[in-house]
Write a protein that binds this ligand. Sequence first.
Ligand SMILES: NC(=O)c1ccc[n+]([C@@H]2O[C@H](COP(=O)([O-])OP(=O)(O)OC[C@H]3O[C@@H](n4cnc5c(N)ncnc54)[C@H](OP(=O)(O)O)[C@@H]3O)[C@@H](O)[C@H]2O)c1
Length: 464
Amino acid sequence: MIRLQDSVDSPRPPHECFWFTVDFRNLPHWDPTVLSAAKRTPGALGEACEFELLVAFGPRRLRLRYRVTVFEPPRRAVLVADGEELRCADEVRFEPLAAGTRVVYTSDLELKSGGRLKEQALKPVVALNSRRALAGLRRALAAEPTPPPRGLWRDLLDRALLPGALKFTAAGFRAARLPPVVDRMDGKTVVVTGATSGIGRAAALALARLGARLVLVGRDQARLAAVRAAILEDSGNDQLATHCADLSSMAQTRAVARRILDSESRLDVVVNNAGALYADRELTAEGFERSFALNLLSPYVFTEALLPRLAAGSRVINVSSGGMYLQALRLEDLASARGRYHGARAYARAKRGLVALSLHWAEAWRSRGIVVHAMHPGWVDTPGVVSALPAFHRAMHPFLRTPEQGADTIVWLAASPQAGKSSGDFWLDRRAHLTDVLPGTAVHRKTRQQLVAALAQAARSAPG
Ligand SMILES: NC(=O)c1ccc[n+]([C@@H]2O[C@H](COP(=O)([O-])OP(=O)(O)OC[C@H]3O[C@@H](n4cnc5c(N)ncnc54)[C@H](OP(=O)(O)O)[C@@H]3O)[C@@H](O)[C@H]2O)c1
């Protein structure tokens, strides 16, 4: 048997270190020999939970199925893999330090054939892999650095629209080399709109894994039930409420906000994610152009209605789009009634409005300690893109991000202490970016105030 023992000191509390380390789905983030990892049993992490790993063992690829045999959060866990060729037993202990945690990792590895000689020959390789893995764990559990402020180079890249847009791809996400989100959200309540598909669904799953209580808004009961089932299977987190509303209707937006006000005493995070790009101009039953209604007016009505449940430390995250770089706000034509209708233009203007609204709220709510972020998820392969931009999807799908990659910055903005320290920025891949790069697209304070007045007036004109 080969026994290896090493330890890592982390500034994070034991429960954060425990949940991150024992969830073996996180192994590819810190152990370079683990190529992929999946949880194979439904529900919460706990005893008898199983993970399947694909591990590089020299030139070979081994499939290992680990089973949790001891689960004592936040102090200790044991995971055992009993394969045809080898048996591994990993014990992880989490010892509280004055400020942080010592993670003590002990691995026993036993070859089922080849005997002692083969074991001795393999020991240096196994020891090297183990040292690398522990170095990866040390990095993953380190304190998160402060995101660097915007600088000349990043601003220049943003201004050069085309090379800047390469960052929106999956390769752009990989190049950002973002560490995993380790911060826990136990006891925090997060509202996510548009949680039944694409980026919103991926964000909801990730936030559930971090322990958040979720309030999910969708427009279809069956799809809400499906996302609930997926969350229960993925994380076992049953701290979950669902609400059905068509958010292109202001009456329904207000009604769902009222239901949330009735059921929740405090909201820690509101993610305004629901959105769509429509090819044709249509008015809603309330008389609003539907892109404006769903992408801008509804987040305004929803968040203003939820304000009584936001308090110091609460965060609002508005999911905008890099498409807004190409358009200026047109206060005189918020309904896109003038000239020929272009769906992408109406969408980009609404998303530009959402970024301007985010900055307005950030300034207006600063004294209350409420933080407001706008973000761009990148170009993401979602059902929304397939249906709204089929040609773009056909040409670009090998380069598009996964929904999980698109949701990463939402999850980080919701969970990270660093993201609570600033307000009013526009984020891509956990970095603040310029909001206007083309002449005439900046939205100055006076225009932001006029926008808010126009939204308030539109909201007042809607029944309900
Ligand atoms: N994908 C990208 O490349 C990309 C890029 C930039 C920004 N974004 C933004 O990211 C957000 C999520 O988009 P996605 O790509 O994940 O699209 P998606 O897969 O179509 O998801 C959109 C979500 O919004 C919901 N929704 C749509 N219309 C609604 C309505 N009238 N009432 C209530 N809910 C409604 C959808 O519900 P159903 O499940 O019932 O359809 C779904 O849950 C959007 O705000 C989008 O503008 C996406």
